[in-house]
Design a protein around this ligand. Structure first.
Ligand code: ATP
Length: 380
């Protein structure tokens, strides 16, 4: 087991493409750290540098107290699990899992013991003599995990290991991988573009954008106290709704709506006190809006309803808010949500609003987020 420390790591591809900028943080011994961010943000590059599959342009990488910048991948005492399982089709599950130990010329009895132990942990015991072609996607991914586990490495590095699985299996496997990691207590770095995967699996999550670390924190802190607009919009689904607004004393003006802010908000964000005609970016999470006729609130706005998606337990209500919408800079979110200019609210299923109505929307004003429009960082 080992702590992993990144000190001002940079990666420049070729002569000019600066893919990673001054990446620094510590991963504690036994910690499950997730790297998350949109496509191209550099999360795989960062992981591959830790693995030794990519050279480090500058900075220092320390694994288990040893600077390993120039150490060969095979001598870093780490095991990688990839998106493609990279299993040998003609070998049995047992032979696939045993392979790295055979390469290390380990004693046969010890290999058998380690393979049996890993198979038991991964519930693969009854499949040990089958070939990968006869296994389900989830079972194949577990064999790939088995190959990593048997080596008893000081760290696991996983690059989108679940992206070839269907949605249901992903949910099941993410719980399994997180459970196994916790049981084994092996320091793990896990790369994904999926914020839900990041939030549910990581002890801490590092959010990256365009090669720059935005914030590293526990999932709950990223949700409650995002450092900037990008993290605020990236974490949470559907995304936080972000609009340009004006703060004046205890009131924020959002287009044609005015919201009175409670005292507790100023206790949490003292820098907002005493503002006069101050331009701000306001963030409202979908879960902090509801139908005011079902759940009355002291803070209320009204907005035309453009679409209602009834999901059973809740309804996603798209609202046309007449304030300038703020682009959070996450290219993936735009593709996901489509009509970005509508705000999305999670209404109770008891709401009877329909497209074309003007909804009275209760806002949980205590939970509003505020950002500086120039720096796009949180105002506290
Ligand atoms: P994805 O989720 O799409 O894999 P990512 O966040 O893992 O994205 P990386 O694969 O680390 O991103 O790539 C980061 C940036 O570096 C991208 O702009 C990519 O095009 C660039 N890049 C990656 N590998 C190379 C390479 N070998 N040569 C030049 N540029 C590269």
């Amino acid at each position: 087991m080992a702590a992993i420390i990144l000190n001002n790591i940079n990666k420049v591809y070729g002569d000019s493409f600066h893919a990673i900028h001054d990446l620094s943080f510590d991963i504690k011994d036994g910690e499950f750290m997730v790297f998350v961010g949109p496509s191209g943000c550099g999360k795989s590059t960062a992981l591959r540098m830790v693995a030794g599959l990519e050279s480090i342009t500058s900075g220092e990488l320390i694994i288990g107290g040893r600077v390993v910048n120039k150490v060969d991948p095979k001598d870093r005492d780490i095991a990688m699990v990839f998106q493609s399982y990279a299993l040998y089709p003609h070998k049995t599950v047992r032979e696939n899992i045993a392979f790295p130990l055979q390469m290390a010329k380990m004693d046969k009895a010890e290999i058998n013991k380690r393979v049996e132990d890993a198979a038991a942990i991964l519930e693969l015991t009854s499949n040990l003599d089958r070939k990968p072609g006869n296994l389900s996607g989830g079972q194949r991914q577990r064999v790939a995990m088995g190959r990593a586990i048997v080596r008893k490495p000081s760290a696991f590095l996983m690059d989108e290991p679940l992206s070839n699985l269907d949605a249901k299996l992903r949910v099941q496997m993410r719980a399994e991988i997180a459970g196994i990691q916790r049981r084994l207590g092996v320091t793990t770095i896990y790369v994904t573009h999926d914020q839900v995967e990041a939030m549910t699996m990581g002890d801490r999550v590092a959010v990256m954008k365009a090669g720059v670390l935005q914030q590293v924190d526990t999932p709950q802190s990223l949700y409650n106290r995002p450092d900037n607009v990008f993290v605020a919009a990236f974490i949470g689904s559907p995304s936080m709704n972000l609009y340009e607004a004006v703060l004046d004393g205890q009131t924020v003006t959002l287009g044609s709506n005015r919201i009175d802010l409670p005292e507790v908000l100023f206790e949490n964000r003292p820098s907002l006190r005493g503002s006069s005609h101050r331009p701000v970016i306001v963030g409202i999470r979908p879960e902090h809006m509801d139908d005011a006729t079902v759940r009355p609130s002291s803070a209320e706005i009204s907005a035309p309803v453009t679409l209602v998606e009834a999901l059973g337990a809740e309804s996603m209500v798209h609202l046309s808010i007449d304030a300038p919408w703020v682009d959070a800079g996450d290219p993936d979110a735009i593709a996901d949500i489509g009509d970005q200019k509508s705000a999305v609210a999670r209404f109770s299923p008891k709401s009877g609003v329909r497209a074309g109505d003007t909804a009275r929307v209760a806002v949980d004003a205590e939970e509003l987020h505020f950002f500086d429009p120039d720096t796009r960082t949180s105002l506290w």
